[in-house]
Design a protein around this ligand. Structure first.
Ligand SMILES: [Zn+2]
Ligand SMILES: [Zn+2]
Length: 346
């Protein structure tokens, strides 16, 4: 799953129209700007920049004075910075999707614009934009960024491209809530929130869960019944695309299983994860914080995968593979395999 989708193609292939349609069809909070042509009697005179919250300015025109020129158009860098760049900065603060239409020769005349683009590309936010087709060092570097997917738009593939973007945005409308239950180190939860965000690319909220776990305690086993804690997570009213995971630092078991790293309920979109057996110390070994965090992230991503409807996967490297023991957890990766990734739909 890439985080940045950039459309490219020849002028007039309708890239902006696709972006507008995609934004209109999604409920995701979007900010940023797009550009449109200024035409007089059918003749293109320049370009207007419009922020998603409705501010407008002339980006380029044949009849304005400016030292900057691209083909027959004079470019108003000040307007670009005032409306476009500030819309990007605002979106970085407030939105879950940043729209940049477009990253082209005119816009790249502004150093502030270039800086804002880099900031966005390297942020954790989703980005939907357009980028110039022809080679250009700055644009080429962006196209090569590992988080960037470039989609070539032609007059023939509109529907396909739109569908791909809408699928991707559907994922982006996901939300994750983490709830520490009982006594859990808040620093660990915070760090897990950041790791989970890196995998799902969606907002992660940490909410205080309940602190009373005694109802799930089995004194004979000296463990806690996972399903009992899961039931009292009581997530609803759950939003359609929300995954809720409780995090505990006590040992969990399930009927017929000596212990479980976690448990999930696909239908309610809730899960619970235990940190207890993920520490080296549990096995009498010296502490290894990095390894512990890796394991905790994998187990949490796994259970959250269930909350978004994924079943177990036979690929032992896939995070959705069932961990029977810690070696299974250590062997698998934190990411979803190519079979599971496309299923991550709500
Ligand atoms: Zn599982
Ligand atoms: Zn898989």
């Amino acid at each position: 799953m890439k985080r940045v989708f950039l459309l490219t193609g020849r002028p007039g292939t309708g890239k902006t129209a696709i972006i507008k349609e995609a934004i209109a069809k999604t409920k995701i909070r979007a900010g940023g700007f797009y550009t449109e042509e200024i035409r007089v009697s059918g003749v293109r005179q320049g370009f207007r920049i419009i922020s998603l919250d409705g501010r407008e300015a002339i980006l380029a025109h044949t009849n304005i004075s400016s030292p900057y020129q691209v083909s027959k158009y004079r470019v108003d860098i000040e307007s670009l910075n005032r409306v476009g760049v500030s819309a990007i900065h605002q979106a970085l603060e407030e939105s879950d999707l940043i729209v940049i239409d477009e990253i082209g020769k005119m816009e790249l005349l502004s150093p502030q614009f270039k800086e804002a683009v880099w900031q966005v590309i390297n942020s954790r936010k989703r980005v939907l934009g357009t980028i110039m087709l022809s080679p250009y060092p700055f644009a080429d570097e962006i196209k090569r960024h590992p988080e960037v997917k470039v989609l070539l738009v032609t007059r023939a593939n509109h529907d396909e491209v739109l569908k791909e973007i809408l699928n991707w945005l559907e994922i982006a409308s996901m939300k994750i809530t983490l709830k520490p239950l009982g006594d859990v180190d808040s620093e660990i939860v915070k760090e897990l929130g950041e790791k989970v965000n890196l995998t799902f690319h969606c907002p992660v909220e940490i909410k205080t869960g309940f602190s009373y776990l005694a109802h799930a305690y089995n004194p004979e086993k000296r463990q806690y019944l996972a399903s009992s804690l899961l039931a009292s997570l009581n997530a609803p009213p759950r939003q359609k695309d929300e995954g809720v995971a409780g995090i505990v630092d006590v040992d969990l078991y399930a009927p017929r299983l000596n212990f479980v790293f976690g448990e999930a309920d696909i239908s309610s979109g809730t899960a619970i994860v235990s940190l207890c057996r993920l520490r080296q110390e549990y096995y009498g070994l010296p502490p290894d914080k990095k390894l512990f965090m890796e394991r905790a992230t994998k187990e949490l991503v796994h259970e959250l995968g269930h909350t978004f409807g994924l079943e177990h996967c036979s690929n032992t490297k896939c995070v959705m593979h069932f961990s029977n023991c810690l070696a299974d957890t250590d062997w698998k990766e934190v990411s979803f395999c190519s079979q599971c990734c496309p299923k991550l739909r709500i």
